[in-house]
Ligand binder design. Sequence first.
Ligand SMILES: Cc1cc2nc3c(=O)[nH]c(=O)nc-3n(C[C@H](O)[C@H](O)[C@H](O)COP(=O)(O)O)c2cc1C
Length: 169
Amino acid sequence: MRTLIVYDSLHGNTAQVAQAIGDALAGEVVVRRAGEAAGAEVKAFDLLIVGSPTHGGRPTEAMQGWLDRIPPAVLQGILVAAFDTRFSTRLVRVFGYAAPRIADSLEKKGATLLVPPTAFFVKGREGPLKEGELERAARWAQEIIASKLSEKSEQQGARALPSLDQPPG
Ligand SMILES: Cc1cc2nc3c(=O)[nH]c(=O)nc-3n(C[C@H](O)[C@H](O)[C@H](O)COP(=O)(O)O)c2cc1C
């Protein structure tokens, strides 16, 4: 399995989460900052995981710019997952968060979301991450794998179904 993880990070917290997710995945894993990844590159991977800090309820400008630049043709049928880092206070809920918007952008261009968008929490504006978040990131990576395996077996199951036009035998 080949996985591309694309992230943005101002203070290093989202970078740490991206790396923890990458370390927990089997197979070839490439971890890139949004500014360093070409959208067309996605095509060479089985799985794309995108993560950004939440800034004003949204992904960072660099991340949104990267998402906007991916040609839709590249994302057709690509399996994706989205995460963000954010405060855990109630005050910011009204603005929304980055991960659901990342997921929306990817799905609108034809990608298939494997698991619900998720969040990892920082203690202050510049971090650090709350205790246990890197371990949770590793567990989330396992959930993604489990979901990818079941998606694959569903596809194989669908192919194995007899055609309705031709009676079996
Ligand atoms: C300009 C700015 C705006 C932010 N806006 C939000 C916000 O709307 N909601 C939130 O939960 N956290 C917000 N934060 C906190 C960031 O989510 C936090 O800095 C980020 O998770 C740290 O990730 P990083 O170390 O990868 O940059 C904001 C931080 C900055 C610097």
